[in-house]
Design a protein around this ligand. Structure first.
Ligand SMILES: C[S@@+](CC[C@H](N)C(=O)[O-])C[C@H]1O[C@@H](n2cnc3c(N)ncnc32)[C@H](O)[C@@H]1O
Length: 423
């Protein structure tokens, strides 16, 4: 390796592509570390660095981007809750659900996984989340589980009241969540990384692939394929979906969840539907509340269900409307503006459709356009008052806005429909 090739060394050590953070960021980190080590020149620091694994770790700590927050891209967690309760649980009488958060940074992602599962009614004693990151500093924070305001973004913060206690110096996560997560320090490119034969039912690998160049991304994808069980779900960040498609991964077709199945897993399964996330736990899981399982629903797979013309998601399968199918695909890829345009084009062609309005609502909701999202959910419900997904997402939106009375009316409407079997 050429002298003072700090960028080359970091790439070799952790896969970082200097272009992704900018050469100035690397130069700054090197300068800071050189000063911290009280060395007089970059050359002296280079020589020291080459002989010290501890210092290499310090340099890594100085360049990593630990940015994260609870329920980042929240539909991913909702989709996981559904998959776990409605599909996985009935098929696994005793096993533990194995999940991986790689990289986990300061812990918000793996803890969100656990909160989502518990809120969906999944039994705590059957959850195991392995959470791995290269940064020791980030892991120390994760294990403290004490969080400041930056970790709580957006308006939908009901989980904070359920799972944290205000300690005065921050929000302390409850032990019931903490004990489900097993943190480990690890470098995903290290030889022998996670050599065990056991595979994961779901892997969250989000917001790290963007820091690698293409050959390194390819290595990462091979690793993820090895770690994922044959029917497992892989969650990535919106901007990382293109890479998965190029490796033959198959979209699980859950709008805004950015979830994929392995190339060998065959077509997307019906579980990954546009069905809404399960509401917060109220005395038992999905089965306990008498909710039907996906197989019972007689409901078409995701795209067909969402893209079917006519009165709502519960309409029996028909030929998917091509325009709406395209909108779903775009939403799934994180191309929200394109997805909205596809919905609008569909509406111009086909006329009013509750599914198209619902999807537009979801897209606007996810972009943070509250008023527009409400407008479209309302339109969907005007056309199909029994549209369960629109009822739920509109209720969640109202909750977010602090309109608890409206939210609870919408929740009750949805519950009544479920109780009278009108779903
Ligand atoms: C932006 S955070 C992503 C955290 C979380 N997955 C999320 O989406 O919010 C990126 C994390 O990747 C970690 N990281 C970078 N390279 C890594 C590697 N080779 N192995 C393990 N972790 C790595 C960094 O330490 C950092 O905490």
């Amino acid at each position: 390796m050429p002298d003072q090739d700090f960028a080359g060394l970091l790439k070799q050590a952790m896969g970082l592509d200097a272009a992704s953070v900018g050469p100035a960021a690397i130069a700054r980190a090197v300068q800071d570390r050189q000063l911290a080590c009280q060395l007089r020149s970059p050359q002296a620091y280079w020589e020291y660095l080459r002989g010290s694994a501890e210092e290499l770790q310090q340099l890594i700590e100085a360049v990593v981007v630990p940015e994260t927050w609870f329920f980042r891209d929240r539909e991913a967690f909702a989709a996981l809750g559904r998959m776990a309760c409605e599909d996985w649980l009935p098929r696994h009488a005793e096993q533990t659900l194995r999940l991986l958060s790689l990289p986990c940074s300061t812990g918000e992602e793996p803890y969100s996984i656990v909160m989502a599962l518990l809120d969906a009614g999944f039994p705590a004693e059957r959850i195991r989340v392995d959470a791995i990151d290269i940064s020791e500093r980030a892991l120390e924070q994760a294990q403290r589980a004490l969080y400041g305001r930056n970790s709580f973004r957006g308006a939908e913060l009901g989980f904070r009241d359920r799972h944290f206690t205000d300690s005065g110096s921050g929000q302390q996560l409850h032990d019931s969540i903490r004990r489900c997560v097993n943190f480990q320090q690890g470098n995903m490119f290290a030889a022998g990384f996670l050599p065990g034969a056991e595979r994961y039912d779901a892997v969250f690998c989000r917001n790290v692939l963007i820091y690698f160049d293409r050959p390194t991304q390819d290595r990462a994808i091979q690793l993820l394929e090895r770690l994922l069980s044959p029917s497992g779900l892989l969650f990535v960040a919106p901007s990382e979906t293109g890479l998965l498609f190029s490796h033959g991964f198959i979209s699980a077709k859950v709008p805004l969840a950015f979830a994929f199945r392995k190339p060998s897993a065959g077509p997307a399964r019906p579980t990954a539907s546009v069905a809404p996330p399960l509401p917060a736990r109220a005395g038992g899981g999905a089965a306990a509340r008498g909710l039907k399982l996906p197989g019972d629903r007689q409901r078409p797979p995701a795209v067909a269900a969402a893209a079917t013309t006519g009165a709502g998601a519960e309409t029996p399968a028909r030929t998917p409307a091509p325009g709406l199918e395209e909108a779903l695909r775009l939403a799934d890829q994180g191309l929200l503006v394109d997805a909205a345009q596809a919905c609008e084009a569909y509406l111009r062609r086909q006329g009013p459709s509750p599914q198209a309005y619902y999807l537009l609502g979801l897209v606007r909701d996810s972009a943070g356009s509250v008023a527009e999202a409400a407008h479209y959910y309302r339109k969907a419900l005007y056309l199909d008052p029994r549209h369960q997904d629109a009822l739920l997402h509109f209720a969640l939106l109202q909750e977010k806005q602090g309109n608890s009375a409206d939210a609870s009316l919408l929740h009750s409407r949805r519950l009544r429909l479920q109780q009278t079997g009108q779903q």
